[in-house]
Every structure is written in C-alpha cells, then in structure tokens.
Design a protein around this ligand. Sequence first.
Ligand code: SF4
Ligand code: SF4
Length: 300
Amino acid sequence: MIEHSPAPLVDLANLDHLWFQVTGTLCNLTCHHCFISCSPKNHSFGYLSFDDVKRCLEESKRLGVKEYYYTGGEPFLHPEMVPILIETLRFGPATVLTNGTVLKDEWLVALAAAERESLYSLEFRVSIDGFSAETNDPVRGAGTFERAMRGVIRFVEHGFLPIITAARVWPDAAEREVVDQFVAMLQARGYQRPRLKILPVLRLGAEIERTHGYGDAERVDEQMMRGFDASQLICEHSRIVTDRGVYVCPILIDSPDARLGDTLEEALGPYPLRHSACYTCYQHGAICSNPSATGRDKQV
Ligand code: SF4
Ligand code: SF4
C-alpha cells in the first residue's frame, strides 16, 4: 500500500461555469465506459425541477457565473429541457452534453429561435465514440452510431454546429487516423466543418468493468502542482448542481466527499485533489471545456 502525501487544495478562483446534472444518472443508453454508470434504471441522482434550475440561475448571477452546462444522464429526457434552455439563454451562454438520440425537430426549431433572440450562444456536444457503427456501437450500444449521427445532422440542419465528443477508446498510436476518419465521415454526411473534441477516458463507474480502474500511485500531490496552471482544472472555476446538492465537479458526483453543500454559496470553498480521477484532469487539463474554435486542427 502506497503512503499518499496530503492532497493539494485547489481554490475556486471564480465561479465562471455552472453545471447542472439536469437528469441525474438517468439515461436511455448504458455505455460501457460511462464514468457514473448512467442507465434507464440508475436513480442515484434524479431530475432537477425547472424551479430548482431557475433558483440556481438567479443565485448564479449574483455570484458572477458566465456560462452554463447541462449534463446527465441524457438531458433531453427532461420533459422541460427546452424551456430550461430558453430560460438559461436569458442569463448566459449554454452548452448541452447529449447523446443525440432522442431529439425532436420541434425542440430544435424552438431552440434555434431562442438562440437567435438571445445575446448568448447555445452549443451542443454530441457523444460518439467511433467513426462507424463497428467502432462506436461496441462501447455505446447497438444502433447508437446511426441514431447519434441522425442527431448530429438534425442539429446541422437547424443551424447549429455541434461539437462531436469522442472518448479515447482507441490506442494512442491510432489517434491521427481516427481523427481523420471522423472528419471524413462527418463531411461525407453533410457536416462540412465539423468540430471534434477527443476526451480521455475516466477510469470510474462502468469503465472499470470495461478496462480497469486507477492504480494506487495515480494521484496528484503537492509537488506535482508546483508550477501547474490550476485553471486547467474545472474545479478551479466550476461547480455542479444536482438534486442531492452542489458537488465540486461533474466527474466526482459518485463520491460523497465531493458534495460541498446545499447551495452554491455553501460550495465555494477549496477542494483537495484526493481522487484518482484528479490525476486524469491533471494529465489532460480542460477536459470539460468546449474547443475554442471550429475546424479540424483545433480539436485534440
Ligand atoms: S456516457 Fe452519456 S450517453 Fe452513455 S450512458 Fe453515460 S450519460 Fe448516457
Ligand atoms: S476530478 Fe478533476 S475537476 Fe474534479 S476535483 Fe478532481 S481535478 Fe478537479
């Protein structure tokens, strides 16, 4: 057993980004790498009500939040997701992390209109983990590649430029080829200037079964943080609201010690990077932010 030195504390510099675990751990899919093991039956975290979201949006304005993120589970399972996003666009830019499989055209018509009328942008990230059914479906489930791609094209047809997010479920050496294949596939299907974000796999939840968890030595310590730009870590500028309180980040909601309080105000303190997942954030940085621009060369 390795003796760990005390975990380094990371201060919340500013609460710039606020996340909402809007559908808790409920998802229509059961991906084998899901780091919080979401599924149609995982009720560990439930839906946030529209009133809860509104209350947090008001509180967040007072605290200087600049940007909002919606995740789950699958956010579009929430019966009030469209009104929630329309309301959010009164407060700031919003991004939704979706699997793209349950969209309706009428929702996208309403959201496109709301974005046109808003000062702020509305972004969508669609998770697809391979450039073909053969590479994606073993991880995300049978038929999910075609269903997600129909979602991508729907977004494009309604004037959005979705960010395709893919977890790195391939060997490092294959990265360039995988990215090229992704871009070629998206262009062939009509998304001419695709945005692609490759994410490291978090070895938590269902992913432990698919591959393995973290080793004992995979921790962040004080020495590693010397000279490190902590703004690369989402816990330095974000918090996430769930139906069970406010947590430090979207990655650790399964860890009871990551719950920081009932309200945003109570969740503004520092957090010790004591979890192995922090090591992945440390190695890869900014894993939850949007890519800064459109185009193939800015993605990975
Ligand atoms: S990875 Fe995303 S789409 Fe897949 S089960 Fe988890 S929340 Fe659902
Ligand atoms: S998992 Fe990442 S974002 Fe969450 S507390 Fe650790 S370093 Fe911060």
